[in-house]
Design a protein around this ligand. Structure first.
Ligand SMILES: CC(C)(COP(=O)(O)OP(=O)(O)OC[C@H]1O[C@@H](n2cnc3c(N)ncnc32)[C@H](O)[C@@H]1OP(=O)(O)O)[C@@H](O)C(=O)NCCC(=O)NCCS
Length: 137
């Protein structure tokens, strides 16, 4: 398994195609701050991305973490949380946030086990849980 940052058009097309398989909202990888693809035997099996969010101004935001079913259950979600956190720290962000829906235990565990905490941004919709990691020492 290789987790690789992508910046080229071909990489963005791969990220977009995995996004479209897993999520039903619109997303333009070209506008993301950073995008990674997880490769397994030459095939893309997952992706993660950082954008920003109006709910927590100034923070880095893990907009997506997604694995095809064949790649789940092996802690790769955590690995992607780790790469996003490292990138945000190196990019100078003071905090990084993300959210998931309340039933998504695998997603929640992936953040919590990487040392993130629960977070409660004001005004966000019910049914979702937010997570935060402070990056300043
Ligand atoms: C969310 C996702 C990235 C998690 O990645 P993953 O590597 O498959 O996660 P794992 O299966 O290794 O599980 C992570 C943790 O959750 C736990 N877990 C998973 N499902 C669980 C369940 N139903 N009940 C309790 N714990 C569960 C695992 O035991 C593991 O905990 P541990 O680290 O303490 O052992 C992946 O499942 C995925 O892509 N899902 C579809 C897309 C998605 O939901 N993305 C997130 C949107 S916010």
């Amino acid at each position: 398994m290789k987790l690789q940052r992508v910046t080229d058009r071909e990489g963005m097309v791969y990220a977009s195609s995995i996004h479209n398989l897993l999520f039903d909202d619109p997303w333009d990888p070209q506008k993301a701050k950073a995008v990674w693809i997880l490769w397994s035997e030459g095939e893309p099996v997952g992706f993660c991305s950082i954008d920003e969010t109006k709910w927590v101004p100034g923070a880095a935001f893990v907009s997506y973490i997604g694995l095809l079913a064949s790649a789940r259950g092996r802690g790769l979600g955590r690995r992607m949380v780790r790469v996003c956190t490292k990138w945000a720290r190196e990019a100078g962000y003071e905090r990084i946030v993300s959210y998931t829906w309340v039933e998504n235990v695998a997603s929640a565990r992936s953040f919590l086990r990487e040392g993130w905490d629960y977070y409660y941004p004001e005004g966000t919709a019910p049914g979702y849980i937010w997570f935060i990691k402070y990056l300043i020492p």
